[in-house]
Every structure is written in C-alpha cells, then in structure tokens.
Design a protein around this ligand. Structure first.
Ligand code: ATP
Ligand code: MG
Length: 421
C-alpha cells in the first residue's frame, strides 16, 4: 500500500514530464493563436454542480464520481470534467459582463472511477475549450478547427472527425418518441443499463458499447432526419464552414448526448491507431447548460481532449520530442575545502542564467567526469586544492576535450561567451 499508488493513478516522472510540457506548450500556442485564454478552477466543487451540470442519468454521475463529505459536512466531488466548473465560474465571476463570446481554455487533472486500462485512468488530464455566448455555427467551426489544428500541429494526421446534431428541446421530443417506438419491442434484449435508459434517456442506447445493444440499434431513426428548421440550418451551416476550411468530417448519427441542455452540434475526434480507446476529443454545444446552472439562457460550446491519449498516439507514431536535460556547466569540487568556492561559483553561474549543477556526493575526479559526461554537460569547471590556492578554475570543454586554467574572476564571462559561439 505505502509503496503503490491508488489503482488508475500514475506518476509522471522526469523522463516523461518533458513530453507533457511539450504538449502543454503546443496547446498554449494554439490557444493564443485562436484567442482563447486560460481559466483554472478548483479541483473539487459542490457535488450538486455536477449533478446539475453533467446530468444524473449519465455514466459519470451514476458510476464514476469521487464524492465525499468533508469535515464541515459538505458534499464534495473531485471534478470528473471541467465544463460545469467553468460555467459555475462564468456565473460567479460575471464573465458575461466582459467582451463576448467568453473564450476560455483549461488544462488539468480530472477524476473518474473508470475501469483502468491503456488510455483509461482514474486520474487523467484534459485540455478543453469553452466558448460561451455565441449562437451561430461559426463558433462551432472555430472550436472544431482548433482541436484539429492542435492535433495536426503535434503531427497527428490520421484523424477522423465525427459530427452529428442532437437537436434542441423543440425537435428532440418528437425524435425521442420515434426512438422509443423503434425500441419498444427490443427493450428486453438490451443490456440492463439500456433498459433503464429506454425511459430516462433513450438516445443513450445509441452509443452503448454493448454489442447486442449496437445490433438492436441498427436501423434506428436518426436525429438529423428530425431536426427543426433552426437546428437543421445550424447543422448545414456548420458542414459548409468545415468544408470551406478544408476540414473533412463524417456524419455519425450514433453520436449522442441525450440530456436536454445539450443541443445541436455534437462531435468526436478519433485516432484509430489507438484501438479501443480511440476517442481523443469529445465536444458539443450546450445551449441549455448555463440556464440549468442558474444563469440567464446563454449558448455555449466546448470540447475536451484526453492528454494521456494524445501522448499515447504521439508515442505510437514516434512523434515525441527528445527530452533535453543537458546542462551547460558541471562544477566539480575536489575535497572538502573546495566546497564553498564551488558552491559560490555554482550560484554565480545560475544567476547569470547558465544551467549548472555540481557534485553533491563527494565523488572522485574520475566518477565526476563520468557523471558530467552522462548528463551531458558542455563544460566541467574543476576546483581542486591548487586551483583554490591560485584563485583559478580548470575549465574543460567536454565536446572538444580541451582544458584551460582560467582566472576565477573571468570564468563566468568567458563561459557566457563560449555559449554564444
Ligand atoms: P469514453 O467513452 O472513452 O469513456 P467519454 O465520453 O467518457 O469517453 P468525455 O467525457 O467526452 O469522454 O471526455 C473527453 C475525452 O477525455 C475523451 O475523448 C478521452 O480522450 C478523455 N478521457 C475520458 N475519460 C478518460 C479516462 N478515464 N482516462 C483517460 N482519458 C479519458
Ligand atoms: Mg467515459
């Protein structure tokens, strides 16, 4: 127990944290380019927010939340996703009073009691976007193109963009009735989850992963054939915009949400080389969510990308960058008397912006050189008894092998000059 983390969690060690930084840096660049700004909300919220903001009939709320009572008897949940928190923050901080639409992005850990496997963890990380305040399909096209742009920029191009429209509270009830009619004599063959979905949330039967349910869904009516004129125009508008932007897409009528506050556009990006966990991005419009959370009726749309899955895809395609942990200077003290002078030099180098380290293990000269070589370090600055007495440093260029005795006072300046060559 003490030496094993909880199931579904993972340590990100120094040999891979550089890959995370690379992906996060690329995310920040793309968001800046698209004028989305970062929001950081707390990792826990009142449970009530997620019951409202995600919906009580969803897998997340029914089976996946980390919920507990705190010492003040509050009902708290570790966030399983970030949209509800962003909407809460938007309302609490009156972001609607600022320039519209409100364009936000976030990066951070999420928590779900999922079944751990490759690409599926209990603590995982999402990058997501929320654009709140705009009705038209142009913002839908913008956020889809942001997701595609990011994945392409990282080098992933075997992407499959699936889109659908889930209608709105005006046209969906008609569809819902049609769907229930279609499943009426099939209910007893469906999995137990889908049997309860039949009454509560029949659209979700369409995205059940159970094979029997999938077979029984063959031939089910499609939401896109039942859209009201507003939803239909919106969907046509989106398809035209994506085509104009050169973003290819596939219509997938099984892509559903099924809660009242999810409206119109639903989309997913799959990266098929990932196999079972191929969904890297899921998103959609939520025109009813802000009112559901207590605000004025306000449209919104967003997506979330699973960062672990992106990293798995990058690893598979050998697109991860080389992590450079090299340093400029390794300071090598020889003997206890030289520690202070060495530490002083180390401090001075670092203040000058030079990446430097020193020996803390009382290694022999040979072992220090080996260690510096492994780093790798460009220079070794050696301070032995003689150097200390003469106020000099032996500077070894590890690339050329050349070695020179340098005045201590000139050393830092000289290294800076060497580095600029
Ligand atoms: P799935 O059907 O795979 O469970 P989901 O519908 O629960 O996905 P969303 O809630 O739409 O996923 O989350 C968006 C993205 O976050 C997913 O496409 C995926 O990349 C990532 N994701 C979701 N759950 C996990 C998890 N447990 N571990 C790692 N990544 C996850
Ligand atoms: Mg899930």
């Amino acid at each position: 127990m003490l030496t094993t983390g909880p199931r579904g969690t993972k340590d990100i060690l120094p040999d891979t944290s550089g890959h995370w930084q690379y992906v996060e840096k690329t995310i920040r660049e793309v968001c800046r380019n698209f004028a989305y700004h970062e929001i950081r909300t707390p990792i826990f919220e009142h449970t009530e927010l997620f019951l409202r903001g995600i919906g009580e009939t969803t897998d997340i709320v029914e089976k996946e939340m980390y919920t507990f009572t705190d010492r003040g008897k509050r009902n708290i949940t570790l966030r399983p996703e970030n949209t509800a928190s962003v909407v809460r923050s938007y309302l609490e901080n009156k972001l609607y009073a600022g320039p519209q639409p409100t364009k936000l992005f976030y990066i951070g850990p999420m928590f779900r009691y999922d079944r751990p496997q490759a690409g599926r963890y209990r603590q995982f990380h999402q990058f997501g976007i929320e654009a709140i305040g705009a009705h038209g399909p142009t913002i839908d096209a913008e956020i889809i193109s942001l997701a595609v742009e990011l994945l392409n920029k990282l080098g992933l191009n075997e992407l499959k963009l699936l889109i659908n429209s889930v209608g709105c509270p005006e046209c969906r009830p008609v569809y819902r009735t049609k769907l229930q009619e279609f499943f009426r004599d099939k209910v007893s063959h469906l999995c137990s989850d889908c049997q309860s979905r039949y009454d509560r949330n029949p659209m979700r039967i369409l995205d059940c992963k159970n094979e029997t349910c999938a077979e029984h869904s063959q031939g089910a009516p499609h939401m896109v054939d039942c859209l009201c004129s507003d939803c239909s125009n919106h969907f046509t508008g989106l398809k035209d915009l994506l085509t104009a932007a050169g973003i290819s897409f596939v219509l997938n009528p099984r892509l559903v949400r099924g809660l009242d506050y999810y409206t119109k556009t639903a989309f997913e990006i799959q990266y098929s080389p990932l196999g079972a966990q191929s969904a890297v991005c899921g998103g959609g419009r939520y025109d009813g969510l802000i009112a559901e959370c207590g605000g004025q009726p306000t449209p919104g749309i967003g997506f979330a990308i699973g960062i672990e899955r992106v990293l798995l895809a990058l690893e598979k395609q050998e697109l991860l960058p080389f992590i450079n942990n090299a340093i400029d200077v390794f300071v090598a003290p020889l003997g206890a008397e030289t520690q202070a002078a060495s530490f002083e030099l180390l401090t001075e180098l670092r203040h000058a912006g030079i990446a430097a380290d020193m020996d803390f293990m009382n290694r022999s000269l040979k072992a220090q050189m080996k260690y510096a070589n492994k780093y790798p370090a460009k220079f070794v600055a050696l301070i032995g008894q003689d150097e200390l007495a003469q106020n000099k440093v032996m500077l070894k260029n590890m690339e050329t092998g050349s070695q020179n005795l340098i005045d201590r006072a000139e050393l830092v300046h000289m290294i800076i000059e060497e580095m600029e060559k």
